[in-house]
Design a protein around this ligand. Structure first.
Ligand code: NAD
Length: 291
């Protein structure tokens, strides 16, 4: 079992740190929020007063923070304190450029770092069933893998530093676009007088099948239990989908990639969030397509 510093105990990090403690790791947990620290204590972690204290003597330091600027800030605080033998594992969803920069900065300080963003929401973080996509050297992946496996169901090596973030935003760009396409199809089907259940039964075993259709159907009473069955509460907030689509658009611009469907999805989610709907599950975008 390892001594692990865990920084960022929010919706996702809280459950992830709890799972590491449950697996028997010695988890030194830090967050700016006193409430988050209390919850971590109840979950078996040792709350500490700073990121540096969490890093002190750690074999691994896991971060789960809102955005790239928070990760860069926290990494600055770790440098000089984290033991040279420690591995830095950033599970936050951040821009590819910052992911590469912080890994390079870590390397310059003699530390090994990986980006390891997740697929799966708060439920998967609590249940320990996240999927991790990891960017870093093969050696770094080998070191991070057993720790990530204690928080997830799949840990996949995506490539060099930054490749984990690239995989994450490419995946979520598909998700944003297919969700809107699925919502459009349900709305059109309804206007054509097609029964929603009949359409689901057909499309979910036909070429219109996708995760958005089969596993996350955006209408209540159709398919498995989804946020649509709970008035679009819980699930994956539209604001977070917008965040990921913006990261994808920024990355596409950086490398000159043409992503028209992703751009359209970003535009639709931006309008949805600006209309005050950002806290609803992202499948609620169907409401903008219904009468
Ligand atoms: P959150 O806002 O609930 O948690 C972030 C935590 O970081 C907060 O508790 C905050 O106090 C803490 N924090 C911020 N700056 C800090 C600092 N300098 N030092 C210590 N703590 C600090 O966010 P979340 O939903 O847990 O998401 C975390 C990351 O995971 C994000 O990058 C998000 O995009 C990604 N993600 C979220 C989901 C989801 O469903 N919520 C799914 C996949 C990925």
């Amino acid at each position: 079992m390892a001594r692990i510093g865990f920084i960022g105990l929010g919706n996702m990090g809280g459950g992830m740190a709890a799972n590491l403690a449950k697996k028997g790791h010695d988890v030194r947990a830090f967050d700016l929020s006193a409430d988050a620290l209390d919850k971590a204590k109840t979950a078996g972690c040792l709350p500490v007063a700073s990121a540096a204290e969490a890093a002190d003597g750690a074999e691994a330091i896991v971060t789960m923070l809102p955005a790239g600027k928070h990760v860069a800030e926290v990494y600055d605080a770790l440098f000089g304190v984290a033991p040279a033998s420690a591995i830095l594992i950033d599970c936050s969803t951040i821009d590819v450029a910052t992911a590469k920069q912080v890994a390079e900065a870590a390397q310059a300080k003699g530390l090994v770092a990986v980006d390891a963003p997740v697929s799966g929401g708060i439920g998967a973080a609590n249940a320990g069933t996240l999927t991790f996509m990891v960017g870093g050297s093969a050696e770094a992946f080998g070191r991070a893998q057993p720790i990530l496996a204690d928080m997830g169901k799949a840990v996949i090596h995506a490539g060099a530093n930054g490749a984990g973030q690239a995989a994450k935003i490419c995946n979520n760009m598909i998700l944003g676009a297919t969700m809107i396409a699925t919502c459009e199809a349900f709305a059109l089907a309804e206007k054509l007088g097609l029964d929603a259940q009949a359409f689901y039964d057909i499309a979910s075993v036909s070429s219109g099948q996708s995760w958005s259709m089969t596993t996350y159907a955006p209408l209540p009473g159709i398919g498995p239990d989804t946020p649509a069955d709970h008035d679009y509460q819980g699930g994956f907030a539209a604001a977070l989908m917008l965040k990921d689509l913006r990261l994808a658009m920024a990355a596409a611009k950086d490398v000159g990639a043409d992503t028209p469907m992703g751009a359209k999805a970003a535009e639709r989610y931006e309008a949805f969030a600006e209309a005050g709907q950002g806290s609803l599950d992202f499948s609620a975008i169907i409401r903008t397509l219904q009468d």
